[in-house]
Design a protein around this ligand. Structure first.
Ligand SMILES: [Zn+2]
Length: 312
């Protein structure tokens, strides 16, 4: 389960070679985005879409409230039904999330979630959808207060503020749907599979469930088409995870005074497509085109949900 994204984080992952990783990932993010290094001569990134025309540059939703690269609009690049989708790449900056090792290389959750979110964004934009990214670089999308990082790790309080900032971003953008991208991990490397979490009690719980099912189905279909056979763990109540302590995910949960003062205002789901601690699962995302395929699946899942919502 994603202990990182839950209401009551119970533990934090170890920190290794963090500074080197940040430098590398910042460089990667700059290439992918073309934000921090627009003079860079490499126009195509791992998002992988054959992008001929230059895409419109990201626009800050509220530059006073978010640091550069945090909470940005990405305008549509193609025609289609008007909709806005908030894509939340889990973790970032001093919070790497979980990790796994494939072919001798460490794969960090925060890197993979950003790649998946960006790939999903490009496909959604091509379908006429406006995308909001809660973070578009390696950095967290919300400002970090003094003391937010202690012993190289994001404190629990800072993590909570970060999650609330992601919710505020989606709300400010008036997104029609919120999709948070994470990857799972577990101590036992034999535990793996695809899971999507949703909140089952809010006033729009039916939509939450429909979105989660649509995402789960699309991700399963895309992985199967790619020759992968992860276990289907299905969709699940966002408080069902052992490490959530029975609480709701901050991103999806209802108002809890003093804790979640501003809950997310739109249907949402949190995808955990694979376990980074399961060798076959990790191989599916670490292979060339792995994050792109998952991004495509996320785009398909949320599009089918929005199409269904229009018909209802
Ligand atoms: Zn996570």
């Amino acid at each position: 389960m994603g202990q990182h994204a839950v209401a009551r984080p119970s533990r934090r992952g170890p920190r290794r070679s963090l500074e080197a990783a940040i430098v590398l990932l910042l460089a990667t993010a700059s290439l992918v985005l073309g934000v921090a290094s627009q003079e860079t001569s490499t126009p195509s990134g791992p998002a992988g879409g054959a992008t001929a025309a230059p895409a419109p540059a990201p626009v800050a939703v509220d530059p006073a409230a978010f640091p550069p690269g945090g909470c940005v609009w990405l305008a549509p690049t193609g025609a289609g039904p008007a909709a806005t989708v908030a894509l939340d790449a889990g973790h970032g900056g001093p919070d790497p999330g979980s990790e796994g090792t494939a072919d001798g290389a460490v794969r960090r959750e925060k890197d993979l979630t950003l790649a998946v979110a960006r790939a999903a964004a490009e496909r959604l934009r091509a379908r006429g959808t406006t995308v909001v990214l809660t973070r578009s670089t390696d950095d967290l999308g919300t400002p970090l207060a003094r003391g937010a990082v202690q012993d190289g790790a994001l404190t629990t309080d800072a993590s909570q503020l970060d999650l609330l900032g992601r919710v505020r971003c989606a709300n400010l953008a008036r997104a029609d749907a919120l999709v948070s991208v994470h990857f799972n991990s577990f101590a036992d490397p034999e535990v793996g599979g695809t899971e999507t979490l949703y909140e089952p009690e809010r006033t729009f719980a039916r939509e939450n469930r429909a979105l989660a099912q649509s995402l789960q189905t699309a991700i399963r279909a895309r992985l199967t088409a790619g020759g992968h056979t992860p276990l289907d763990r299905g969709i699940a109540d966002d408080s069902s995870g052992a490490e959530s302590g029975g609480g709701h995910l901050v991103l999806l949960g209802p108002r809890i005074p003093g804790y979640i003062d501003e809950p997310s205002a739109m249907p949402g789901a949190l995808v955990e497509p694979l376990f980074l601690t399961h060798p076959d699962d990790l191989a599916a995302v670490a292979e060339p085109g792995g994050t792109d395929a998952l991004g495509e699946a996320v785009a398909t899942g949320v599009t089918e949900f929005l199409d269904g919502a229009q018909r209802r």
